[in-house]
Design a binder for this molecule. Structure first.
Ligand code: FE2
Length: 241
């Protein structure tokens, strides 16, 4: 039995572009459990205008979900965070404690605009860290500035960012360039963890293929580091500098 921990998914019904119904939520969680995820910390979007969720609204929706699945057996243990889209509004929320950090309140998941990194990003990450919150960076391989080289990630790593691979990138879900970037960054040892970013039950198959591809690329030991040790440390706040 695997004890993987998934730190990026959209399994709260009808709050973002993830699952729409309780049935789909259960099917997605069951599917992730079947792949070896013993724990799923699901991360609905908080994004200005597009997904204007609040921490309290998401907590309430998550509590409802937890209540509805409490009697079901065979599901992974659940937790709640959020995927914070980088802009001034959302990041002010985070630094004022109004975002939705991962359980443990040591780290928070941040997504960047895909085409170009905002100016002063590393300064912002650093400030977040000074406030005791470490940024976990969603799917770096899917950002245009990192397709050809990892150089632009270095200042963010220096500022404490923890990169999280999207497993579906490895099987071409987002195209050839993100797949190649993911393979390169795996070789470079850039990732701190890996996650599903699953939005619906139909994603489970590709996430499973991503895990198998990951295993072929880096071997069993690193699969465990990326799918268990790294995520566990993020939740525990036990991260070496
Ligand atoms: Fe996501």
């Amino acid at each position: 039995m695997s004890d993987y921990i998934d730190l990026h998914s959209h399994a709260v019904p009808a709050v973002d572009d993830g699952v729409k119904t309780l049935e789909d939520s259960v099917a997605l969680l069951r599917g992730l459990g079947g792949l070896g995820f013993a724990k799923v910390v699901t991360t609905p979007h908080i994004r200005t205008a597009m997904f204007p969720n609040t921490a309290s609204g998401l907590r309430a929706a998550f509590a409802t979900l937890e209540g509805q699945v409490a009697e079901l057996s065979g599901l992974p243990e659940l937790g709640l965070g959020a995927e914070h889209y980088f802009d001034d509004v959302v990041l002010r929320l985070l630094s004022e404690g109004e975002g939705l950090a991962y359980p443990g309140e040591h780290c928070a998941l941040v997504e960047l605009p895909p085409q170009r990194f905002p100016l002063g990003l590393e300064r912002y990450f650093f400030q977040l860290r000074v406030r005791g919150l470490r940024p976990v960076l969603a799917h770096p391989e899917r950002y245009t500035p990192l397709f050809k080289s990892t150089d632009d990630l270095d200042p963010l790593l220096d500022a404490g960012a923890l990169p999280l691979l999207d497993l579906m990138s490895l099987v071409g879900r987002y195209g050839r360039l993100p797949r190649r970037a993911a393979e390169r960054m795996l070789e470079e040892g850039v990732y701190y963890g890996a996650a599903s970013d699953a939005h619906r039950p139909g994603d489970v198959e590709e996430v499973g293929e991503g895990i198998e591809r990951l295993r072929r690329l880096v071997g069993d030991e690193q699969v465990r580091e990326l799918l268990h040790d790294g995520p566990r440390n993020i939740l525990a706040g036990s991260i070496d500098d």
